[in-house]
Design a protein around this ligand. Structure first.
Ligand SMILES: [Zn+2]
Length: 381
């Protein structure tokens, strides 16, 4: 299977294609925007644009041999690095490097087989020092097929926070400082504020805005082959991000990964608001004792739940909640009126939890503390 053409963002693509024809595309770009909005997809589109044998004023031709290889993710001069779970049984740095390259190859194979797979959720993933070193070595080599090499580095903010001294970020910085001639680096980030300032300052920044719900709906119908009613339902939850919409689609008999995470976020809120003290303990103990970074997506959804609660508390309706979600809020409101200002304080606690999760605090302790904080803020006497 091959990647589908980039969907939407037409005027941005045209601007980039024209910059390419004029030779004015920066050698190092940082694409930022919300999760699932298409940053990886745009980065790979740019890779094709840079490697295309006959680029058009609207973008890569998508028909030459180079475009075909890049669309199949097998172009030898297009190198894509993305966060991976930490491989098990990697006792030495050499073994870790080897295991990471194997895992990257397997993940690429999976993407080639299903380019519309949802974004992975729930497992802590990082870009490791070994990957940054691999990239550096590769950048010193000559291109294989084209006169240029393109490196796509996805979710650059995940550069090994667990490897002290930010060595991985520094290894990448070396390439950004002196990119070998003809080398292009395209970084993406959903949280550019977490990047080293030196990485931000060495890249030209490009914001990728959300699409309209209509654009997401037409993508789901025309490219993903989803029934219209279902396409409309998930597009309305997508916040203009195709990757997010795909995460809400059912996965066989199971709900989609984003649907599951959303349910888990409501369960957290339910435990926080429960008058039964044991429910907080039980909920927190159900988490694994390691891998706090895997909680980040859950915390994003928890913020969304809280914003919905704030809207409801200020009389703004229930936003298409499921019955069980309305019940959680109704039961809490029966105990105590939730003031919108309390929700703001609760959101601050979630933001603190996010910092702790990024710093790899024990997830059970983190969740237990957060549930108490949420109860205290939301049901403040
Ligand atoms: Zn082409």
């Amino acid at each position: 299977m091959t990647l589908h053409p980039h969907w939407g963002h037409r005027s941005l693509l045209t601007t980039l294609a024209q910059a390419r024809l004029q030779g004015s595309l920066p050698a190092a770009l940082l694409i930022h925007g919300s999760r699932g909005v298409g940053k990886q997809h745009l980065a790979l589109w740019l890779g094709r644009l840079l490697l295309c044998d006959a680029p058009a004023p609207s973008g890569p031709c998508e028909e030459c041999a180079s475009c075909h290889l890049a669309l199949k993710l097998i172009h030898p001069d297009l190198h894509w690095y993305f966060p991976l779970p930490r491989p098990k049984a990697a006792s030495t740095p050499e073994k870790l490097a080897e295991a990471l390259e194997t895992a990257r190859g397997e993940a690429l194979q999976e993407i080639r087989g299903n380019p519309l797979r949802p974004i992975p959720v729930g497992e802590a993933r990082s870009l490791y020092l070994a990957a940054a070193r691999h990239l550096r070595r590769q950048a010193q080599r000559r291109p294989t097929r084209s006169d240029t090499q393109v490196f796509v580095i996805s979710d650059a903010e995940t550069l090994a926070p667990q490897e002290a001294s930010s060595e991985a970020a520094n290894a990448l910085l070396k390439v950004l400082e002196e990119p070998p001639r003809g080398t292009s680096l395209i970084l993406t980030s959903g949280e550019p504020g977490r990047l080293l300032p030196t990485i931000r300052s060495r890249t030209a920044q490009l914001h990728l805005p959300p699409l309209s719900v209509g654009e997401v709906t037409s993508f789901l119908i025309q490219v993903a082959g989803i029934e219209e009613e279902e396409a409309r339902r998930v597009a309305s939850a997508s916040q203009g991000a195709i990757g997010r919409a795909l995460g809400f689609l059912p996965d066989g008999a199971d709900p989609g990964p984003f649907e599951q995470t959303r349910t888990a976020a409501w369960d957290l809120l339910s435990a926080a608001l429960s008058p039964e003290p044991v429910s907080k303990f039980q909920t927190a103990s159900a988490f694994k004792p390691t891998g706090a970074r895997g909680l980040l997506e859950l915390l994003n959804f928890l913020e969304e739940c809280l914003r919905d609660v704030a809207l409801t508390a200020s009389g703004g309706g229930t936003h298409g909640w499921k019955p069980e979600e309305s019940k959680i809020v109704a039961e809490a409101l029966a105990r105590k009126a939730i003031h919108p200002a309390s929700v703001v304080l609760a959101l601050r606690k979630v933001a603190e939890a996010r910092v702790m999760a990024a710093g790899n605090v024990n997830p059970q302790l983190l969740v237990f503390g957060l549930l108490h904080d949420l109860e205290r803020e939301l049901l403040r006497p």
